[in-house]
Design a protein around this ligand. Structure first.
Ligand code: SF4
Length: 265
């Protein structure tokens, strides 16, 4: 089963792979690792290998069974482009996403170099969005390989934001998410870092989604930036527009602060 997600910018998670390994400072307090170990301790079969990379072929066809269009975050518990995920399995995941054209799939990775390596073998139908995570200036280098892929919708997840991102170049980027770290040991995010990103998005006409301030208790800090929420989403070119509109409406109705979907300048 796909899992209805509490992640603000998606609807459902689909995890044909679980487990990962740390690749940069943004991974230090990996939520997926904490959760995988907890589920392993609870005896859940899917997580019997804890946070070791494991493919789950039995979950591949789940999206084909969901009739209503959904926004689907692919591998919230892993990184599809981890080197331990066989290329043939990545291709199988793509085949399902190609077939399940009623859905919009959000694939997020910290390993865009492997995407580049596999790019010729993947069919980038318009319902597949590809994003990279960037937490601080040294990792802006993930932008280059993202731009080189065949993904038609490209996005950035600047979370957990651990520093300023000077010179952020949004050429060819369709969506930006930003947010602070949450949970035990959360590292603080400064308001100037977020404002700078938001202002860059506004200047470039790129939709901006502010996910959270974060902190140990993220519900206390919320997700209001300068008096309002920022829930912008990319325009989509495929039949999943309804799902995006649905999600946007849900976000609007659930936000406490003024949350009108802003029109881009
Ligand atoms: S890449 Fe993502 S899933 Fe993998 S360890 Fe880092 S934060 Fe966790």
């Amino acid at each position: 089963m796909g899992t209805r997600s509490g992640i603000e910018w998606t609807e459902t998670t689909w995890n044909p792979v679980s487990g990962c390994s740390k690749v940069s400072p943004g991974c230090a307090h990996c939520y997926a690792e904490r959760m995988a170990k907890r589920l392993q301790a609870m005896g859940m079969r899917k997580y019997s290998r804890g946070f070791d990379v494991t493919v789950h072929a039995d979950t591949l066809d789940e999206p084909l069974r969901w009739r209503q269009p959904r926004l689907v975050f692919v591998n919230s518990m892993s990184d599809l482009f981890h080197s331990s995920v066989p290329a043939t399995f990545v291709e199988e995941v793509f085949t399902i996403m190609n077939e399940a054209s009623q859905h919009t799939f959000q694939v997020l990775t910290k390993r865009p170099d492997r995407v580049t390596m596999l790019d010729d073998r993947l069919r980038w139908t318009p319902n597949i969005w590809l994003g990279v995570s960037i937490e601080s200036e040294p990792w802006l280098k993930r932008l280059g390989p993202l731009s080189a892929t065949g993904a038609r919708t490209k996005f950035l997840s600047l979370e957990p934001l651990l520093g300023r991102l000077p010179g952020l170049d949004l050429t060819g980027i369709d969506w930006v998410i930003a947010g602070g770290e949450s949970g035990p040991g959360a590292r603080p995010m400064q308001v100037e870092w977020v404002r700078s990103i938001r202002d860059t998005c506004v200047r470039n006409g790129v939709p901006f989604f502010f996910k959270q301030w974060g902190g140990v208790f993220k519900k206390r800090t919320g997700r209001v930036l300068d008096g309002r929420t920022w829930d912008q989403m990319p325009a989509v070119a495929v039949g999943t527009r309804d799902a995006v509109a649905y999600r946007a409406a849900a976000l609007r109705s659930s936000a406490r602060a003024p949350a009108r979907m802003p029109s881009m300048p």
